[in-house]
Design a protein around this ligand. Structure first.
Ligand SMILES: Nc1ncnc2c1ncn2[C@@H]1O[C@H](COP(=O)(O)OP(=O)(O)O)[C@@H](O)[C@H]1O
Ligand SMILES: [Mg+2]
Length: 249
């Protein structure tokens, strides 16, 4: 069985004047189907770079990214868009809901891009919203909801297409701690139901809610293993104070 997500010696570099920035510096990793992995690190450690590569929003400068066994680096723009629509469900810090559309319509948008017929996508969107506890608000607009409810809509939107990977980028970043915990619980439930979840965060206390932690520093993997291992939350340069909240994302 090949991994669902595989980085083979992935590098992403940026030329800034005379300096070469290694945003991803020879990263190799694998995520198997059904795992719940947190990619964690301080600001500038390379999380967004990895997220963009995993999400097929960007390709490596060198090395190979395989998603479901397919070499993403060899795809053209159309193929990338198709893989994105069919294989990935995105959850962002800022929800990215369309204010003029109802919740139902918001959840339908990616299904429409994936070419799903109207009746089927309506049904799927309804089921996904019911699953996140918003089945009684299908015709509401996002502005009528709290932040936590809006994030649940974005979770429904990510789920509705039954993606191979749910990719959540700082999903609790805009929420108070109580609501943030609810969103994390929902991600844990999705994992328990068999989904593959990749969570990107700068916050150790959030990362430890996953099953496995991949810690980045300066574009490199410095820890990859059990989220409950004390080593998983040791932040180098922070005098071993692992559970601290780091600034920025
Ligand atoms: N488009 C870009 N151009 C130049 N440098 C970039 C670009 N994107 C990211 N970087 C640099 O790459 C490094 C990793 O950035 P990033 O992946 O955004 O980290 P994180 O999300 O963990 O904060 C940082 O040093 C950042 O300044
Ligand atoms: Mg970032």
């Amino acid at each position: 069985m090949s991994a669902l997500i595989e980085f083979r010696d992935v590098c992403k570099t940026y030329q800034m004047g005379d300096t070469l920035i290694r945003a991803a510096d020879h990263i190799s990793l694998q995520v198997q189907e059904g795992e719940f992995v947190a990619i964690v690190g301080q600001s500038g450690s390379g999380k967004s770079t990895c997220m963009n590569i995993i999400g097929c929003l960007d390709v490596p400068t060198s090395g190979t990214y395989l998603l479901g066994g397919q070499d993403v680096g060899k795809m053209n723009k159309n193929q990338l868009a198709e893989v994105r629509n069919k294989m990935l469900g995105f959850i962002f810090q800022q929800y990215n809901l369309l204010p003029k559309l109802t919740l139902l319509e918001n959840v339908e948008v990616p299904l429409m891009y994936a070419g799903m017929p109207k009746a089927e996508r309506r049904e799927r969107a309804k089921l996904a919203l019911e699953l996140v506890g918003l089945g009684d608000k299908l015709r509401h607009k996002p502005s009528q909801l709290s932040g936590g409810q809006q994030q649940r809509v974005s979770i429904a939107r990510a789920l509705a297409g039954e993606p191979a990977v749910i990719l959540a980028d700082e999903p609790t970043g805009a929420l108070d701690s109580h609501t943030g915990r609810e969103v994390l619980t929902m991600l844990q439930q999705l994992h328990a139901a068999g989904n593959t979840v990749v969570l990107i965060t700068h916050d150790n206390s959030i990362a430890v809610q996953a099953q496995r932690i991949i810690r980045l520093e300066d574009g490199r993997v410095i820890y990859d293993g059990d989220a409950h291992d004390p080593q998983a939350v040791v932040t180098p340069g922070a005098a071993g104070l692992g559970m601290g909240r780091e600034a920025g994302a």
